[in-house]
Design a protein. Structure first.
Length: 146
């Protein structure tokens, strides 16, 4: 018999969807995290250069806007984009110590198992506070409507 069934435990799953995840990565915060993870100065300069002088324009049929600087986000469609985003959100797990956390690109799943519903709800309330603090520091937001 399954351990969860035998112990009559309850599982709580939370699925997090970050708003415009790849578009909101702040390069300065990402570089700070990379430095903390042990990237050397040459690697940090290379990655900082990757974020500099990026521009975009919008084209609709025959009309195009002027070039505008891109101040936030990892380049979408690039090989490095998802990797840099994962590094950016990697420290979220330190704010959710009681949860099993699974991160894949911009999809994050949290799971917690306990024998009582009141304990699960208390932990949920604490974790929402922790996630909100993490989001505030990292200048990223959760799409709470999903």
């Amino acid at each position: 018999m399954n351990q969860v069934l035998r112990n009559r435990t309850i599982s709580l799953y939370i699925f997090i969807d970050f708003k415009k995840a790849f578009d909101t990565v702040h390069s300065r915060i990402l570089l700070m995290k990379l430095k903390k993870y042990g990237f050397d100065e040459n690697a940090l300069k290379l990655i900082a250069n990757y974020f500099q002088n990026r521009q975009q324009f919008v084209k609709l049929e025959a009309n195009s806007s002027s070039l505008k600087p891109i101040k936030l986000g990892v380049p979408q469609g690039s090989i490095l984009g998802p990797l840099l985003f994962l590094i950016f959100i990697n420290d979220l797990v330190h704010y959710l110590t009681n949860y099993r956390v699974k991160i894949f690109a911009d999809d994050t799943t949290l799971s917690l198992t306990n024998s009582g519903l009141p304990e699960l709800l208390k932990e949920l309330n604490n974790s929402v506070k922790n996630i909100t603090e993490w989001c505030s520091f990292n200048r990223i937001d959760i799409n709470w409507s999903k």
